[in-house]
Design a protein around this ligand. Structure first.
Ligand code: ADP
Length: 193
């Protein structure tokens, strides 16, 4: 199973990806997690990406395409994967198509999580306060200013990715406002049905 999860920041992609990965026994490939790990490790890609990440902008397509190309080539991704946070631009979607075609692979489905803008801001604030309460470190980009930039990047650059996949007959849109379990069963039904 090769899946893509698309949705605005705070839509619940990570939460749903964790569940799908258990069910289908495939890895979750989150470009956000990979970039944060690169920043943490101080790699050249991480050093270059840090300021953009902190502000909430999108890092260059070449950077993420390079990272994801390497990750998809790893042995554990042979049987499938869930892409979480990639592709975020149509250029990234086109690059992904080429990477997969070179391996004689294609995507099975693209799941779009739809959530109202107003609900998203509340979710991000909740995530930040829960993280603080549990003694964790809040993501640098989980603040209202960076969130606004992330949301507008989503509408300007990532929403066209959903249209791109709709044209190819791959897009399955689910209501991301529903309770977490209901979203999961909706996704599973759409994939298995
Ligand atoms: P969220 O979906 O909550 O915004 P992510 O963890 O997916 O969080 O991404 C965090 C940040 O990482 C983004 O705001 C962006 O700066 C960077 N990023 C992640 N994936 C991509 C991508 N495919 N293209 C460009 N930038 C990316």
């Amino acid at each position: 199973m090769r899946l893509v999860l698309v949705g605005p920041p705070g839509a619940g992609k990570g939460t749903q990806a964790m569940r799908l990965k258990e069910k289908y026994k495939i890895p979750q490939l989150s470009t956000g997690d990979m970039l944060r790990a690169a920043v943490e490790a101080g790699t050249p890609a991480g050093i270059a990406a840090k300021a953009i990440l902190d502000k909430g902008g999108l890092v260059p397509d070449e950077t993420v395409v390079g990272i994801i190309g390497e990750r998809i080539a790893a042995p554990d991704a042979k049987a499938g994967f869930i892409l979480d946070g990639f592709p975020r631009t149509v250029r990234q979607a086109e690059a992904l198509e080429k990477i997969l075609a070179a391996k004689n692979m294609d995507l099975d489905a693209v799941i779009e999580l739809k959530v109202d803008n107003e609900a998203l801001l509340g979710r991000i604030a909740k995530r930040a306060s829960e993280t603080l309460a549990s003694g964790g470190t809040v993501r640098v980009d989980d603040n209202p200013e960076a969130f606004k930039i992330r949301l507008s990047a989503y509408h300007a650059q990532t929403a066209p990715v959903a249209a791109y996949y709709a044209q190819r007959g791959l897009l399955k849109t689910v209501d991301g406002m529903a309770p977490v379990d209901a979203v999961t069963s909706d996704i599973e039904q759409r994939l298995d049905g």
